[in-house]
Design a protein around this ligand. Structure first.
Ligand SMILES: [Zn+2]
Length: 274
């Protein structure tokens, strides 16, 4: 895949083209208010490495995640606006949010570009399947009519709470992971990637929920009586109080851990089954 479709023979030309495409996509997302400036720079670097070194296959997987999760995120509704109030950073993705989902697939794409071994590409698919599963679960799960339950004690909690799971959200997670596997299968000439990325992505998103319910910092606003990721102050201006988790562990490291777990689980399953 170093010479995608045989069109580009010179690796420096491909790297330059990757940088140009990465900057174009990042600028577009920045203009559409989907990224902060730092987030756009990180996205351009992730895109440049993924296409510029990895080639078409990892780039198409990255775009599948980016486009499908962005389209779902933009389907605004009152329930999701309630969720946006709860999340730590609001709608625009910053540099840490981009790297939490983009760093692992970009590094694995570089490995694929340098070695042309399928296992690296399987890892790219696994990392992106985990991120897509998490995003789809969040975006679709909040639309459920019944409240989700905490993954640890299965008590009903408010939609959007870290660590909350629902049947609708889990089905959405599976669908998001399967889509990455479906798109990746032709590149490894094996439809087993569909099921393997589906399983790896779903398991990684459940790990994300488990970490969210246990060790990720959760705060409560004493004024609004709402659970929130916002710290030190809530949207209403009141100082938030830590109720559970480690104060230094926010959502971004949890997403990064899920991305690593998705890549690890998928490559392990691939090695064991094929
Ligand atoms: Zn408040």
């Amino acid at each position: 895949m170093a010479a995608p479709f045989g069109l580009i023979r010179d690796p420096w030309t491909q790297l330059a083209l990757g940088l140009v495409l990465g900057v174009i996509v990042a600028l577009g997302a920045r203009r559409a208010s989907m990224l902060t400036t730092g987030g756009a720079i990180a996205a351009a670097v992730v895109g440049a490495l993924t296409f510029g070194v990895g080639g078409w296959a990892p780039a198409i997987l990255l775009l599948t995640f980016f486009v499908s999760s962005s389209l779902l995120s933009r389907q605004s509704s009152e329930r999701k606006q309630t969720l946006a109030i709860r999340s730590a950073k609001g709608g625009r993705r910053d540099v840490w949010q981009v790297l939490a989902n983009g760093a692992v697939p970009a590094l694995l794409a570089v490995g694929f570009g340098l070695t042309h071994e399928d296992l690296w590409l399987v890892g790219v698919a696994g990392a992106l399947a985990a991120s897509n599963a998490d995003t789809w679960a969040t975006e679709v799960g909040v639309l459920a009519r019944t409240p989700p339950r905490m993954i640890t004690n299965l008590r009903p909690v408010e939609a959007g709470t870290s660590g909350a799971i629902s049947l609708l959200g889990s089905l959405a997670a599976l669908a998001g992971a399967l889509l990455i596997g479906l798109v990746g299968s032709p590149f490894v000439r094996n439809t087993a990637l569909l099921y393997i990325a589906g399983a790896g992505g779903l398991l990684a998103s459940l790990l994300d929920s488990l970490l969210g319910a246990t060790v990720q910092a959760q705060y409560v606003c004493p004024n609004c009586d709402h659970l929130t990721e916002r710290h030190p102050t809530h949207t209403c201006g009141t100082a938030t109080v830590l109720v559970s988790g480690w104060p230094w562990l926010g959502n971004d490291p949890v997403n990064l851990a899920a991305s690593i777990a998705g890549a690890a689980l998928t490559t392990l399953l691939w090695s064991a089954l094929s």
